[in-house]
Design a protein. Sequence first.
Length: 209
Amino acid sequence: MIKAIIFDLDNCLSAADESSRQLLEPVFTAVRESNHGTLSDGILERAFDDCWRDSFDVVAQRHGFSRAMLEAGWNAAAHAEVTTPLQGYPDLGALRELRGKLFLVTSGFRRLQESKISALRIAELFTEVHVDAIDEENRRGKQRIFADILASHGLSPDEVLVVGDNPNSEIEAGNRLGITTVQILRPGVTRGNNAAYYIDELAELALLI
Ligand SMILES: [Mg+2]
């Protein structure tokens, strides 16, 4: 029996670029200005596109940012925040219908992730909210955070679902712990091959619990 569901935030409960594509423009500008010919314009554009799906450290490594590019982008990203209200995906109301404890676990820069959560006004729906802050020391990572949630709430892996859009992040972390994983195929999300279930909308979770 499912007693708890752990949700991802970006591209799961709200589109990462819902506020505006301008949100990360200072980051892209900082990276571009410190590029100095390291990467072609085409690779830079692909990297910036990836920033809407993956955390900045993952993107920087994947595309081979120089140290200067990483640092310049990092400093800009650490100051980014959403200051206008967000709606999230139109099916967020389904969260209120779900039985059991709900958890929110999101990776990224703390200020930005916390600003999105507060702009969405969804914190009260969750038993706990965890930001896996990439800009802080002793980062636990999603797998450790999931394991800690299970331990502190006395949950076994077969009593939990992990729901998110990213096969390499929360889906992989959940799989490693033996938790049943659900990839939600929001617009623009590519279907992976490592989740136990695939859904298009949150309401479908009711059928899995
Ligand atoms: Mg996500």
